[in-house]
Ligand binder design. Structure first.
Ligand code: ATP
Length: 366
């Protein structure tokens, strides 16, 4: 199989007025599954299309196993792509659809192609659909056919462009597991594009987070979740999202006081979190995830702040408590903590989970 390198890869459109992909450097190890995630228009699809050979880079290079493939035509690259809309030929049967890629990219005989497709179809649990036409299939079956067709070509690199967007939630979860299983079974290097951060968190060995054409961070899902490099990544990864509030920090290098006069937020960070961290006094954006906020139904005086409950949403295992801080702040609490709308509650941020972002650049500094 192949490792894949994106070397300062850049794509401009409309004579440079649109920079869709802004000098991305990324390496996928042989057999690795990397999800590329980011909001709509951040350059995910364009990046994937350049790896596939469907889009010519403005500058930079794509390498497979160290070999520059930038000028090699899509059909001559050892890649298979799976799309959101399945891209099946409506007038061909499942067998013909799956065999077509083999016909174009290999010199197998018709008999060999039928054999390979039958084998793949059995593996994918779609052997009984081989004579059907695509419009006789459900969304999940169509996506299995598209996957089977891609695998039948025995690619070295698998490229997925939001392949599960058209499926319902249950099927999506099933197919996520199936795609990962197949990818590991075949040991194929995979690049998987999605705008869905939950999908990215659950599927990739590593995530690559894009915003505005720029690569923000690459890392294992838990690493990115726990140590986001900036406010964008912190807010994008994790559901429900991290809460943010502008604060002022005063520190002498051994202790630090954090305040926001508007919400009444005021607390002192323990020395162990301040010493040796190079924190300077000044304005910051504080970030805290909903699960790292402790709500007490009766304020005790030693909390981070006292706030009013706006709404409580029970989700079974936990309660989401919406607080009147900075328009809306969400705390995730044990189900037995069940204040009512309008109640004043004690709110404490777990200090080991507090993030501080530079107020101007958004860079994570703490
Ligand atoms: P989505 O999740 O909505 O598909 P994306 O992250 O895949 O978005 P791209 O489709 O790669 O983003 O687009 C990145 C940027 O490049 C967008 O601003 C888009 O409008 C622009 N773009 C993409 N293709 C072209 C094109 N052929 N001509 C001009 N602009 C383009």
């Amino acid at each position: 199989m192949a490792d894949v390198t994106l070397d300062t890869l850049r794509k401009e459109f409309d004579r440079g007025t649109i920079v869709a992909v802004d000098d991305i450097d990324l390496e996928l190890e042989d057999g690795e599954f990397v999800t590329v995630v980011g909001p709509s228009g951040c350059g995910k699809t364009t990046t994937l299309r350049m790896v596939a050979g469907l889009e010519e880079p403005t500058s930079g290079a794509v390498r497979f196993d160290g070999e520059d493939v930038t000028d090699i035509h899509a059909k001559d690259r050892p890649v298979a792509m799976v799309f959101q809309n399945y891209a099946l030929y409506p007038h061909k049967t499942v067998m013909e659809n799956m065999a077509f890629g083999l016909k174009m990219s290999t010199d197998m005989t018709k008999e060999q192609r039928r054999e390979r497709v039958t084998e793949m179809a059995e593996m994918m649990g779609i052997a009984d659909l081989l004579d059907d036409k695509p419009d006789e299939l459900s969304g999940g079956q169509k996506q299995r056919v598209a996957l089977g067709r891609a695998i039948a070509r025995e690619p070295e690199v698998f490229l997925f462009d939001e392949p599960l967007s058209n499926l319902d939630a249950k099927l999506r979860t099933e197919m996520r597991a199936e795609i990962q299983k197949l990818q590991k079974e075949f040991g194929v290097t995979a690049m998987y594009v999605t705008h869905d951060q939950e999908e990215a968190m659950t599927m990739g060995d590593r995530l690559a987070i894009l915003n505005d054409g720029k690569l923000q961070q690459v890392g294992q899902p838990t690493e990115v979740y726990e140590n986001p490099v900036n406010k964008f990544v912190a807010g994008f990864i994790g559901s429900p999202s991290m809460n943010f509030i502008d604060v002022d920090v005063e520190t002498d290098g051994t202790t630090a006081t954090i305040r926001d006069d508007e919400s009444g937020l005021a607390f002192e960070l323990s020395g162990e979190y301040v010493t040796g961290r190079d924190l300077e006094s000044g304005p910051y954006t504080l970030g805290i995830r909903p699960e790292n906020i402790v709500v007490k139904e009766a304020p005790t005086g030693d909390e981070t702040l006292v706030s009013t409950v706006e709404v409580v949403e029970p989700i079974g295992s936990d309660n989401y408590i919406h607080l009147a801080i900075n328009d809306d702040f969400l705390a995730r609490s044990r189900p037995d903590i069940k204040p009512e709308t309008g109640d004043e509650v004690g709110v404490t941020f777990e200090e080991e989970h507090i993030h501080l972002f530079d107020a101007e650049t958004g860079e994570d500094v703490f």
